[in-house]
Design a protein around this ligand. Structure first.
Ligand code: COA
Length: 401
């Protein structure tokens, strides 16, 4: 009989994130190679884990074609030098792909089927623009199952502004500016770099090394944001400044059960407490993390007040503000994305879930006063995903705020 186990996030790394498109650092780099480089980096950092003992490699991508096709978990494991005996698969839940990879392999570990697994995701939005090559069933629109707008994420963000007029453009812009400033401060303090795997990149100037996120705009001002176009609606409220930019990048994590932690002498960075996914109307997909967080809290027997750190994916400023508003949390609450978020570092769709976890894990190490943290994100076509984590460094005392 399989032994049930606690599930741990042992470690996670990512590539620096690049701007999608011809000016992006990864324009000449294959998507699967981004995963391979990150995977090699992860394994080098965790030499105690024998590669042949990895039970599964789950890698997500939203667009599963071309260099993101062919069962990424299997192909990237082979390319990374993981023994052929180790199986792998590909997974897709759009933006929550890597998060789902973690919860899937984590569930198998919890059930006792696996001891150790790799979970991550990639999106090369330059090579695979969102929705390119997809053929949505015409019934979606002809039978009014969803509005045609629901397939354009920026338009769904405009609809959240419509629904909550008190969450103004000015608030979304301020939130976005702060995200840029927080990421810049985190970089200056050396918080982000330790979990980045440098990637050799080729451009017209020759070979170079990508060592930091490319899309950051640390000098963002409220005036600059106020003057930007609203590409998703004439006289709208969502701009390039309050959206996550189109991004290329990959993330991977090492997930293990209690026995493997003991056997290999691992020092896990987080314990999985609960997770949940939930659906909402596709037209307001950004609200997805509200019900998924409610559900994950309920499963964990916790309330939002128990959560000392929130790593929320900033697909759009407005959808983060809507979640904060729902839970009665201030726009600039220090528990929220203390090192900034996707508006500044980027959001390579299926990769981002593990970036949130990497960032939360690094904060846990610095915050023994915090017991629980949340990673949460919205998902295209109307879903949300939330995972609650426990800090192994928790000092057993009550948090001051
Ligand atoms: C919003 C979006 C359409 C903008 O794309 P883009 O036009 O290629 O973006 P750019 O980076 O070129 O920015 C557009 C302009 O805004 C400016 N800009 C962007 N961020 C800025 C900031 N923080 N401060 C000042 N200016 C800024 C750029 O400099 C650029 O100006 P220019 O036109 O004078 O060169 C694109 O980023 C997008 O679709 N984002 C959402 C992605 C998405 O849906 N993800 C899934 C979520 S579920």
């Amino acid at each position: 009989m399989a032994e049930r186990a606690d599930v741990f996030f042992v470690d996670g790394v990512r590539t620096p994130f690049g701007r999608a498109g011809e000016k992006g650092i990864y324009w000449n780099t294959r998507a699967d190679d981004l995963v391979v480089k990150a995977m090699i980096g992860l394994l080098e950092r965790n030499p105690q884990v024998p590669k042949e003992r990895i039970d599964e490699v789950g890698i997500a991508a939203t667009s599963q074609q071309g260099d993101q096709g062919l069962t990424l978990g299997r192909t990237t494991a082979l390319l990374a030098g993981i023994p052929r005996t180790v199986p792998g698969y590909a997974i897709d839940r759009m933006c929550a792909g890597a998060m789902t990879a973690v919860t899937q392999v984590g569930s198998a570990i919890g059930f006792g089927a696996y001891d150790v697994a790799i979970a991550g995701g990639v999106e090369h939005m330059g090579r695979h623009p969102l929705g390119a090559g997809a053929d949505p069933n015409p019934r979606f629109v002809s039978e009014k199952l969803v509005s045609a707008d629901a397939l354009n994420m920026g338009k769904t963000a405009e609809r959240i502004h419509d629904r909550y007029p008190h969450l103004t453009k000015e608030r979304a812009d301020r939130y976005s500016m702060r995200s840029q400033q927080k990421v810049a401060a985190a970089y200056a303090a050396g918080k982000i770099q330790p979990d980045l795997v440098p990637i050799a990149v080729q451009s017209e100037e020759g070979w170079g090394l990508a060592t930091e996120d490319q899309g950051m705009r640390p000098d963002t001002t409220m005036e600059g944001l106020a003057g930007l176009k609203t590409p998703f609606r004439t006289h709208g409220r969502v701009t390039a400044g309050s959206s996550s930019p189109l991004t290329d990048g990959a993330t991977v994590s090492l997930i293990a059960g209690s026995d493997a932690v003991k056997e290999f002498g691992l020092a896990p960075k987080m314990r999985m407490v609960s997770f949940a996914f939930a659906g909402v109307d596709p037209e307001i997909m950004g609200l997805g993390p509200v019900p998924s967080t409610e559900k994950a809290l309920r499963k964990a027997g916790l309330t939002i007040d128990d959560i000392g750190l929130l790593e929320l994916n900033e697909a759009f400023a407005i959808q983060v503000l809507a979640l904060l508003d729902h839970f009665g949390i201030d726009d600039d609450d220090p528990r929220v994305n203390p090192w900034g978020g996707a508006i500044a570092v980027g959001h390579p769709l299926a990769a981002s879930g593990v970036r949130l976890m990497i960032q939360l894990a690094a904060q846990f190490a610095e915050r023994p006063d915090v017991r629980y943290g949340l990673t949460a994100m919205c998902v295209g076509l109307g879903q949300g995903g939330s995972v609650i984590w426990e800090n192994p460094h928790w000092n057993g005392k009550k948090r001051s705020r």
